[in-house]
Ligand binder design. Structure first.
Ligand SMILES: NC(=O)c1ccc[n+]([C@@H]2O[C@H](COP(=O)([O-])OP(=O)(O)OC[C@H]3O[C@@H](n4cnc5c(N)ncnc54)[C@H](OP(=O)(O)O)[C@@H]3O)[C@@H](O)[C@H]2O)c1
Length: 318
């Protein structure tokens, strides 16, 4: 995958994709490049106004793009259900679980989950489960020669190295540290991918679950947390880091685009930038051993089903 760029994205005509958090940063670039290659893309956005702006911008950049907006707040399970129910297509070839928040001050989602765990992991867990019938349907009809296949790509982060999740305190109720909670939510993204890949394989499904991370890419992510906490100095420092050290959102989106479209991507693979997991072309990424722990994956799965009320069991039978 040395030197892989958007030019390497295979023809996406005939594929339908959902990208969460597609109105800004990596999600926007991901949606736009998939659309440029001919995919029909649903942009899952929590703000209708920001989503509409993104769709208009995308259509300006890619004339004739087959894109539409879907209202999706991952911090509200009712919204996740509405979004999944409103998807007008029978088959879904690609789900990119990209949306996220980082280092937020303590808060809870509509359903009472700690914000970062709730949005970054539980919202995507529920969404994937609810869209699974559409993914499995696409896998049934996908012609074998279609190189990209049917995939679920979840965007994690090197911040997962901060630590593994604490099953006895998933919502950080005993103690809240914003960076620890972010790192744990990103560990949850990888454990989710690990367990989903295992379950898909056990069910004999050809759907590939893979993960990616962008290294350090200049987006709204870095400033949103300090802004929400009213930490002006931290916000300015983050903005400075984005200008001086980060790579562009265009470059940061490449690992997810690779995982979503390149031929031969392996289940449970983790793709990130080649240079010190920070910048550069997509390459296999370093990964903490606890993100490959079967028992931790199974436990997180059971907890996530209980907390979200979304069960995969009926759809994904071993
Ligand atoms: N940029 C990096 O250096 C970096 C590094 C490692 C991992 N990542 C990961 O990359 C992913 C994309 O982040 P980004 O860098 O592109 O940041 P971004 O520009 O801030 O984009 C994040 C997107 O997620 C959306 N979002 C936030 N909360 C949501 C919710 N409750 N429901 C639905 N959507 C929600 C945002 O919507 P609004 O615009 O409405 O807020 C936005 O569209 C995240 O998962 C992040 O953890 C990024």
């Amino acid at each position: 995958m040395a030197g892989w760029s958007v030019d390497g994205i295979p023809d996406q005509r005939g594929r339908t994709a959902v990208v969460t958090g597609a109105n800004s940063g990596l999600g926007y670039v991901t949606a736009r490049e998939l659309a440029r290659k001919g995919a029909r893309v649903v942009l899952g956005c929590r703000s209708e106004a920001r989503g509409r702006d993104a769709v208009a911008r995308l259509r300006g950049e890619v004339p004739g793009a087959d894109v539409e907006l879907g209202r999706l707040d991952l911090g509200d399970l009712a919204s996740v259900r509405e979004f999944a129910d409103s998807l007008p297509y029978e088959g879904l070839d690609l789900l990119v679980n990209n949306a996220g928040v980082m280092a937020m001050p303590y808060g809870t989602t509509v359903d009472g989950f700690e914000t970062q765990f709730g949005v970054n992991h539980l919202g995507h867990f529920a969404l994937t489960g609810l869209l699974l019938p559409a993914l499995l349907a696409a896998d049934q009809r996908a012609p074998v020669e279609r190189s990209s296949g049917v995939r679920v790509v979840t965007v994690s982060s090197m911040a997962h190295l901060v630590g593994t999740i604490d099953p006895s305190d998933l919502n950080s109720e005993r103690q809240y540290r914003r960076w620890t909670a972010y790192g744990r939510s990103k560990t949850a993204n990888l454990l989710f991918t690990h367990e989903l890949a295992r379950r898909l394989a056990a069910a004999g499904s050809g759907v590939v679950a893979a993960a990616a991370h962008p290294g350090y890419a200049a987006t709204n992510l870095q400033t949103a947390g300090p802004r929400a906490a009213g930490r002006r100095v931290a916000e300015r420092l983050m903005a400075l880091g984005n200008r001086v050290i980060a790579q562009s959102a265009e470059a940061g989106a490449l690992p997810a685009l690779y995982a979503a479209t390149a031929p031969g991507v392996r289940p449970d693979s983790f793709t990130g930038p080649s240079l010190a997991n920070w910048r550069g072309a997509p390459a296999p990424s370093r990964r903490a051993p606890w993100t490959l722990d079967d028992r931790a994956g199974e436990r997180l799965w059971a907890d996530s089903e209980r907390l979200t009320g979304v069960s995969y069991a009926d759809v994904l039978k071993a």
